[in-house]
Design a binder for this molecule. Structure first.
Ligand SMILES: Nc1ncnc2c1ncn2[C@@H]1O[C@H](COP(=O)(O)OP(=O)(O)O)[C@@H](O)[C@H]1O
Ligand SMILES: N[C@@H](CCC(=O)OP(=O)(O)O)C(=O)O
Length: 372
């Protein structure tokens, strides 16, 4: 059996606190340089890579002279803000050595729950990937306290996998993978090589965090795999210091624990859209647009819209109906109902002169559209 990473084009790689830090003494520059080299290799193979990296708090603790992890939430936030500078610096330098640019992206869970921010984050990340840049993501610890209490970037990695419909999520940690029990506590524990993402039996095996730096433990990784699978992404949990781990996974070697998603992207997206029974509004399409969507699998452009019904914001799920009123598709709109009324029946080249900005030449991009 070949690793699911071999076939994956778009991959999220998450490196945990316990891995990026030198036992709590700041960041492990040599290890980070090795991952950057491997990611450059993946890029050369044609894969798109997004990195989710922890380590800001650990680096901030070093820079601010904290011997112990502070318990005061605001001190932790201060550590994260200081340490993030170091994290950005080391990634920028390490990737630059391979002629790769990096981008800093700080997100909260709430950002991804908000439809408009979700669409914006998605467009920014896909644009960065198109421009050949490696986005480096972390939690925006300055503006939230819940996430800092749980300190869990596994969930963030899964949310990003959902956001840009990645093919795979690789969670690198300080263990070889998921064991039948916490290997720090049970020496008889055995490595689980394959599993089904979302299998409840896996949750029972996963205990809490092993170190004082990592907070989530194995359970958040198992739950992250379950979440990633909802958009069709497979998850691999592997030891981050394993020699050439990323390169070997990409060449098909099975390393660590592989948790396979049971549904493909399209089914997952259809399911997600189907869950939105109450859509915010409707757009009525002309016959040409109906044909573009149903026959040619194209995006919906404003020119094909003849009427807008209801009020909706950017990022809302709306229904596309034909002239007879039959629902033919559902999708996330790039423009509000008021904006859509102004640009409907118009070529996309006129959007900027009408609205003063362009969120996209499509009203609904085909990646955000499902036919009914
Ligand atoms: N069943 C299990 N298999 C492997 N590790 C487990 C298991 N249950 C608990 N753990 C613990 O989870 C730790 C990894 O989680 P964590 O410390 O949060 O790492 P990270 O910072 O990489 O997210 C391991 O060091 C291990 O002690
Ligand atoms: N965002 C914080 C904490 C994230 C965190 O610890 O997550 P994890 O590596 O999943 O245990 C940081 O960069 O230090």
């Amino acid at each position: 059996m070949n690793s699911v990473i071999q076939k994956a084009t778009r991959v999220i790689i998450k490196v945990g606190s316990s891995l990026v830090t030198n036992d709590g003494r700041g960041l492990d520059h040599a290890a980070i340089a090795r991952w950057a080299a491997q990611i450059a290799g993946l890029r050369a193979m044609g894969k798109q890579v997004v990195l989710v990296s922890s380590g800001a708090i650990a680096e901030g603790m070093l820079r601010l002279g904290f011997e112990q992890r502070p318990t005061d939430i605001h001190e932790l936030q201060a550590c994260a803000a200081v340490g993030q500078m170091g994290l950005a610096q080391i990634y920028e330098t390490s990737f630059r050595a391979h002629q790769l640019g990096t981008a800093q992206v700080l997100l909260t869970h709430a950002d991804l729950a908000d439809r408009e921010r979700y669409l914006n984050a998605r467009s920014t990340l896909t644009t960065l990937l198109r421009l050949g840049v490696v986005p480096i993501i972390n939690e925006n610890d300055t503006v939230v306290t819940d996430e800092i209490k749980f300190g869990d970037n596994d969930t963030l990695g899964a949310l990003v996998a959902n956001l840009i419909e990645a093919d795979a999520l690789i969670i690198l940690t300080d263990q070889q993978g998921l064991y039948s029990a916490d290997p720090r506590k049970d020496p008889a524990a055995v490595l689980i090589q394959h599993g089904r993402a979302g299998d409840p039996a896996l949750e029972a095996m996963a205990g809490g965090a092993g170190s004082s730096l990592g907070r989530g433990g194995m359970l958040t990784k198992i739950l992250a795999a379950k979440r990633a699978a909802k958009s069709g992404a497979h998850t691999v949990i592997a030891y981050g210091r394993e020699n050439e781990v990323l390169a070997r996974l990409a060449s098909g070697e099975v390393i660590g624990t592989e948790l396979a998603a049971q549904t493909g992207h399209l089914t997952a997206r259809k399911q997600w859209m189907a869950d939105h029974l109450h859509t915010a509004g409707q757009v009525v399409l002309d016959a040409g647009a109906v044909q573009k969507l149903t026959g040619d699998g194209k995006s919906l452009l404003p020119i094909g819209v003849v009427e807008v019904k209801g009020e909706f914001g950017r990022g809302a799920v709306i229904t596309c109906v034909n002239a007879e009123g039959a629902a033919i598709a559902r999708g996330l709109t790039n423009y509000t109902s008021a904006e859509t009324r102004r640009i409907m029946r118009k070529p996309s080249s006129e959007i900027e002169s009408i609205l003063g900005f362009v969120e996209g030449k499509e009203l609904i991009h085909r990646d955000n559209l499902v036919l009914l």
